[in-house]
Design a protein around this ligand. Structure first.
Ligand code: HEC
Ligand code: HEC
Length: 307
């Protein structure tokens, strides 16, 4: 039952040395470099009542609508049951759930995942491809312009090139014990199953997800940042269970994250040749891709649904 994670022990050592999940060797999915940070000032995005009643205001409103209702508003670019705001809470305003106002002022940035400097537009395109298991709206499309306008407006008055307090997801200190799927299953049954379902399938009301799916065909794919144990653990600790953030112990957050991301989900769209080759190229990191879980290698079984 226990999956062997070759790189996990090594990565955890690296974390303990660095005291934070930054700069993990071989971690292809490492997010935005934290280097430009000069200080971490706090910031509050403007109230919606401040939005101008003009063409720009209309574009910002459209961006918000797409962000919270992605499935309906940008259907041709979405390949699962999620909306952007499922992982970027409170319409992208919530601190510690990768808020858009903090993101907007930290691009362009070098990313290990793409191994080059990405613009803000390209970062959003990445979330469409992986987190939304879809296709990236092209530069100049109404959808992308609206999402960038919304982010820009939320960041009104924020300093540029600075890491704002509440940016990204919390980085948890290394767990006392290596993350464990079996312990995580218990944490899940006690704290998550009510909303997200026994099979991680989420809960639907009137044909729409009221509570989003955590794994399976309608969730984020194997290329998404959330499939990494450390990213999921930080998100969960700071944001879940909904309405009870920071109520889980760090160890429980690591364990339940391991349980959630050890399940099958849509294929990594970067898949080439075989699981082993794809794993080597993109998944030498904190994740279960290509590892044996419950007697089979996860990462392959939803291949057919890949967009
Ligand atoms: C399954 C969860 C999930 C969904 C759905 C999702 N994202 Fe993300 N997003 C993430 C993760 C994880 C990161 C990496 C955060 C970090 O740097 O710690 C991220 C990062 C970002 C960033 C950069 C944040 C930063 O601080 O650098 C932006 C912008 C973004 N997402 C926009 C979007 C948009 C727009 C959508 C919808 C089209 C979307 N996301 C959907 C999980 C998600
Ligand atoms: C009271 C209902 C509720 C409970 C309990 C709950 N969640 Fe959630 N969860 C949500 C909702 C709602 C969202 C989407 C947030 C939004 O759209 O504002 C979400 C989003 C998520 C996401 C990101 C979106 C996705 O589909 O991957 C993850 C991961 C997640 N929850 C994990 C957990 C875990 C793990 C637990 C237990 C420790 C948990 N949740 C408990 C309601 C809940």
């Amino acid at each position: 039952m226990r999956a062997k994670i070759k790189c996990l022990g090594f990565t955890l050592l690296a974390i303990s040395a660095a005291c934070a999940a930054v700069d993990l060797p071989g971690d292809h999915q490492e997010e935005v470099s934290k280097t430009p940070a000069i200080s971490t000032p706090s910031f509050t995005p403007p109230d919606e009542s401040k939005l101008p009643q003009d063409d720009f205001g209309a574009m910002v409103r459209l961006g918000k609508e797409i962000f919270v209702n992605t499935h309906a508003q940008a259907a041709k670019y979405v390949g699962n049951g999620l909306n952007c705001s499922n992982c970027h809470l409170d319409s992208g305003r919530h601190a510690h759930s990768a808020p858009l106002w903090a993101a907007y002022v930290s691009y362009p940035a070098y990313r290990k995942k793409t191994q080059r400097v990405d613009t803000y537009e390209e970062r959003i395109q990445g979330c469409f491809r992986y987190s939304m298991n879809g296709v990236a709206p092209p530069s100049g499309s109404r959808e992308l312009t609206a999402l960038v306008s919304y982010s820009y407006w939320l960041a009104s008055g924020a300093p540029v090139g600075v890491k704002l307090a509440g940016a990204g997801y919390p980085e948890l200190p290394k767990p006392t014990n290596a993350p464990d799927i079996n312990r995580g299953a218990k944490v899940y049954a006690e704290n998550c199953v009510l909303c997200h379902g026994a099979n991680g399938e989420g809960t639907k009301a009137e044909g729409r997800y009221a509570f989003p799916p955590l794994w399976g065909a309608d969730s984020f794919n194997w290329g998404a940042g959330m499939h990494r144990i450390n990213t999921a653990a930080g998100f969960i600790k700071g944001n879940m269970p909904l309405a009870k953030p920071n109520s889980l112990s760090d160890q429980d957050a690591w364990d339940v994250a391991a349980f959630v991301v050890s399940h099958e989900r849509p294929a990594d769209p970067r898949f080439t040749t075989s699981l082993a080759v794809t794993k080597k190229k993109y998944h030498d990191e904190m994740c279960y891709y290509g590892e044996q879980v419950n007697g089979h290698a996860v990462g392959a079984s939803l291949q057919a649904t890949a967009k």
